[in-house]
Design a protein around this ligand. Structure first.
Ligand code: PGA
Length: 272
């Protein structure tokens, strides 16, 4: 109900975004909305109406991460210019894996993205670096695009291990993945997810730049230059503009705020 009211007031009072042509430069800015295990069809109707009734910056790749059982519903309702992602998948085509979905099933629902390695998968469901690397590699091999999440816990940050942890998570994927064209890396410090404690632009840029340097050394200079590294963790319409100005921040993965009208402002933060 609250969501519905928010939408009503938003649609009636917000200034529509001017659809000016924005020049594309380098890596395409990418904004993912991770709905997690929230909402129902009525909620999604409101969220989709917010996305379709406002003008979105055409130079931004927008991807919505929907719960598996709603992939088809959301895919059917969103325009094809907006991607739809599953929030997880397994690394096999089919078989006795109760409760899992395969990348092939995601594709069969006309969705072409998947979020893999989210910290909630790692922490609550015990997914390891190796398992996540298998998933990333398999999903890519059947043609999905992957938002690959990495990031350190508060304890690891306080122990000065941020870079080490992120590099370890990247290396596990790099041991399997050879073609990085369809990978978007989401750096999401665990302490910033759902806590309202966003990384400062400087903190985020520091890790993004370190990841790009790592990619240059361990993958190749070309891969590093083209690799989209997006930031996630308490992104809002207020903090998105300053974060987006950092040279190595190529977009966002947004949880809580993707369930609010302000998600449009986050998408448009480079040009609003
Ligand atoms: P948050 O979540 O924006 O609510 O912090 C981000 C995420 O989990 O991807």
């Amino acid at each position: 109900m609250l969501l519905k009211l928010l939408f009503r007031s938003f649609s009636s009072t917000s200034k529509p975004f001017k659809c000016s042509a924005v020049k594309a430069m380098g890596r395409k800015f990418t904004v993912g909305g991770n709905w997690k295990m929230n909402g129902d069809k009525a909620t999604y109707d409101g969220l989709i109406a917010n996305l379709t009734s406002n003008c979105l910056d055409k130079e931004v790749d927008v991807v919505i991460g929907a719960p598996a059982c709603y992939l088809e519903y959301v895919r059917t309702k969103l325009p094809s210019t907006i991607g739809v992602a599953a929030q997880n998948c397994f690394y096999k085509k089919s078989g006795a894996f109760t409760g899992e979905i395969s990348p092939e099933m995601i594709l069969d629902n006309k969705c072409d993205w998947v979020i893999i390695g989210h910290s909630e998968r790692r922490q609550i469901f015990g997914e390891t670096d190796q398992m996540i690397a298998e998933k990333v590699n398999y999903a890519l091999s059947v043609g999905l695009k992957v938002i690959f999440c990495i990031g350190e816990t508060l304890e690891e940050r306080e122990a000065g291990k941020t870079h080490e942890v992120c590099f370890r998570q990247m290396q596990a994927a790099a041991d399997k993945v050879k073609n990085w064209d369809n990978v978007v890396v989401a750096y999401e410090p665990v302490w910033a997810i759902g806590t309202g404690k966003v990384a400062t632009p400087e903190q985020a840029q520091d890790v993004h730049a370190a990841l790009r340097t790592w990619a240059k050394d361990k993958l190749s200079p070309e891969i590093a230059e083209g690799l989209r590294i997006i930031y996630g963790g308490s992104v809002t319409a207020d903090n998105a503009p300053s974060l987006s100005k950092q040279p190595d921040i190529d977009g966002f993965l947004v949880g809580g705020a993707s369930l609010k009208p302000e998600f449009v402002k986050i998408i448009n933060c480079k040009s609003d």
